[in-house]
Design a protein around this ligand. Sequence first.
Ligand SMILES: *Cc1c(COP(=O)(O)O)cnc(C)c1O
Length: 487
Amino acid sequence: MPAPPPHLFHPDAAGSYRRAMGAAVDHLVDHLAGTAGRPLTGATPREAAERVAAVDLDHPLGEGAEALAELSRLWLDDAIWFHEPSAAAHLNCPVVMPALMAEVFISGVNPSLDTFDQSAGATFIERHLVDWTAGRIGYDGAADGIFTTGGTQSNLQALLLARGQQVAPLERLRILASGDGHFSVQKAARMLGLDDEAVVPVRVDRSRRMDPAALSAALADTVAAGGVPMAVVATAGTTDFGAIDPLPEVAALAKAYGAWFHVDAAYGGGLLVSPRRRGWLEGIELSDSVAVDYHKTWFQPVSCSALLVRDGSTLGHVTWHADYLNPKDSAHPNQVDKSLQTTRRFEALKLWMTLRVMGADAIGEHLDTVIDLADAVGAELTAMPDIDVAAAPQLSTIVFRHRPDGLDEAALARHNAAIRAELFDQGRALVAATRVDGRAYLKLTLLNPIATLDDILGVVAMVRAEGERRLAAPAPRPRVERLAVAR
Ligand SMILES: *Cc1c(COP(=O)(O)O)cnc(C)c1O
C-alpha cells in the first residue's frame, strides 16, 4: 500500500498526528499565558472583518507554523476568553479538562451517532447518559431523550412533540410561556407553522417567576377564545434573572388543560447535580419534557445539550424510516429515529468523560460556588447608592445598572450602554446588556468557579468609575495599547 497522504488521520500517520496536535496545543497554551487579566482586546468588528477578508483561501500555507500564526492574527490574538473572571456577560462557561480530552476522541475517531453501524458503543454511551439524566430529573423507565445542539433545538423538538400529540388544527394551537421565557420558543413556534401570536406570554411576579394565577387566567382566556393550549413552557432559570418558575403549580395547570408541560432548564439544568440546591427543581419530574444545556451550567464545551422526555414513545413524532439508514426491520439500534439531525457529533462523550473523571458532585459544586458568588455580589451591589439592582440574584446573574442622580430613563440607557461599550473597547471586561420592563440594564452572568468576590466587585468598580468619568467628561477616552501576546 502506498504511504497515506500526510494530512489524513491514519495509523501510518501517527507521527504527523502527534506533531499536529502538539503544535496546536502548544500554540493555544502560549495564547493562554498571554491573556492574564484580560478577557478580550476590544478589537472592532471592522478590524476583524478586514483581516479575515484579506485571506486568499485558494493559497494554502502548508505544514509550517504559518497557518497557526495566521490564525492568531485573524482570531486568537483578539479572542474572548471565558476563563477570565471579567468575562461575565453571557452563559459561556469555562470548560473542564475531561471534556477537552473527549474532544480529541470525538474528532479523531469521528463517529456519527445516527446509527450503531457508524458509532458502535458510542450509541450506548449516549443512551446511558440520557437515562442517567432522566433519572436525575425523576422520570421512570419509560423516559428517553436525545443529545441536541442546544436549548434552541431542544425547545423546538419538545414543541414539535407537543404538536404531534394534538389533533386540533394548527391555527388554534397556543403555547403559554413566561414573559421572561427564551426567544427560542417563539422561533420554534414559527418553524412549526404557528403565528407569533400563538405564543402567549404569561406575567411574571416580582421575583420574575411565572405567576400561577396569571397562567391560570391566561389558560382560561385562551380556551374561551377558541384556542387550544398545546404546551405550557416553564423556564427553570430564565436567561436574564435565573428565575425558576413554580414548577409544581405550573405542572398542575398544564395537566388540568391537557397541555404538554415542557421545562426549559437550559440554564438551571445544572441544579440536577447540585449537592446543595437540587431541591430548587422540585416539580421538574412532573414535566413531559426537559431541555438541559450541559454547555452552560455543566462546564462543557459548546455544544453539549439534551432533550429528555417522560414518555420515550413520543419521540416517534420525529421518526422517519430511510431504506439506506434505519429501515424498520434493521437488526441494529439507531438514534436517528429520535433526533432532528441525521449525521450527529458524539458530544455526549464530553459529559461522559467529565462524569467518569470528576463526577457529578464536582460539577454541581462548581455551580453552587457561582450561585454563592452571585448572592454575595448582589448583596454588595444592593448597598451601593449609585447602583440599581433589578431583582435579587436567583441563579448566577446580576441585573443592575449605574444610576447616578439626575439622569432620566433615556439618559440612563445611553449612560449604561456607553459604559458597557467602553469596557469592551478597552478590553477590560465583558458585561451584557438587557432590558427590564422597557428599561435598559447591564447584566453579569457568573459561571466561573474560580472568580472571587473581589474579581466581580472589580468589574463593578470599573462600571462605576467609567460612569463617573463620563459624567465628568462625556467624550470617549483614547484607546489603550493592544495587549501583546507572548509567543
Ligand atoms: C441559553 C438558553 C436557551 C438556548 O440554548 P442554546 O443552547 O443557546 O441554543 C434556551 N433557553 C434558555 C432559558 C437559555 O438560557
